[in-house]
Write a protein of this length. Structure first.
Length: 184
C-alpha cells in the first residue's frame, strides 16, 4: 500500500536528491519523474558543435555564461530540469549558485532524441514558457532543423524554423548567426 501511495504523490526536490546515483539523468516536471537514457552519438555531436559556437560568441561579447547538461535548473520544488545547453545573461548571473541554477535561463536548447520527443516538444515547452525562458530552441538532428521559439506573454511564438543550409539567427543573442551546415 505504501508504494502505491508513493507512486501517486508528486515528487519534489528533496525526493530528487535521493534518486539513485546510477549514471542516468533524472528530471522532475510538474511533480513527475522522467529518466533520460544515455544520448546517441549524433545528439552529442550536435551539442558539442552548438555549444562551441554559442560559447565562443558569448565569451567574445561578455554576455554571460553557457552551460551543458547535466546541470540542474530549479524552477520550483516540483520542477527540476537539465536542458542540453542553456545560457544565462550576466545581468542574471545571481541565479547561478554553487550547486545549481535557481530560476529560468535566458535561453534553453534541447536536442531531440526518440525518447524525449513528448518531453521536449510539449512538457518542457510549456514549462519553459511558464517560468520565463525567453528563447527556446528545439533541435531535430534527424530532420536537420531547428525551431526557434520566443516568449510572448506566458506562451511561445515561433520565430523561425531553420533547416540545414539556413543561417539561424537568435533574437536574444543579437549578432549570433549559426550556419546549420556546420551543426548537421
Amino acid at each position: 500500500m505504501g508504494e502505491l501511495t508513493r507512486e501517486l504523490e508528486r515528487f519534489t526536490y528533496e525526493d530528487y536528491l535521493h534518486l539513485p546515483d546510477d549514471g542516468k539523468r533524472y528530471q522532475i516536471i510538474e511533480g513527475e519523474v522522467y529518466m533520460c537514457p544515455s544520448p546517441i552519438p549524433n545528439h552529442q555531436r550536435i551539442i558539442g558543435r552548438l555549444f562551441e559556437i554559442i560559447n565562443r560568441f558569448v565569451l567574445k561579447n561578455s554576455l554571460g555564461e553557457v552551460f551543458l547538461a547535466p546541470c540542474d535548473i530549479i524552477f520550483s520544488d516540483e520542477n527540476i530540469v537539465q536542458p542540453d545547453i542553456f545560457f544565462i545573461s550576466k545581468e542574471r548571473s545571481q541565479i547561478v549558485t554553487q550547486k545549481n541554477i535557481q530560476g529560468a535561463p535566458d535561453l534553453a536548447i534541447e536536442i531531440l532524441s526518440p525518447h524525449s520527443l513528448k518531453i521536449d516538444k510539449l512538457l518542457k515547452r510549456n514549462l519553459y514558457a511558464k517560468y520565463g525562458v525567453q528563447e527556446y530552441w528545439i533541435v531535430d538532428g534527424e530532420k536537420r532543423e531547428v525551431e526557434v521559439l520566443v516568449q510572448r506573454g506566458k506562451a511561445y511564438q515561433i520565430k523561425g524554423k531553420y533547416k540545414k543550409g539556413d543561417t539561424l539567427e537568435s533574437g536574444l543573442l543579437k549578432g549570433l548567426r549559426i550556419d546549420l551546415e556546420v551543426i548537421f
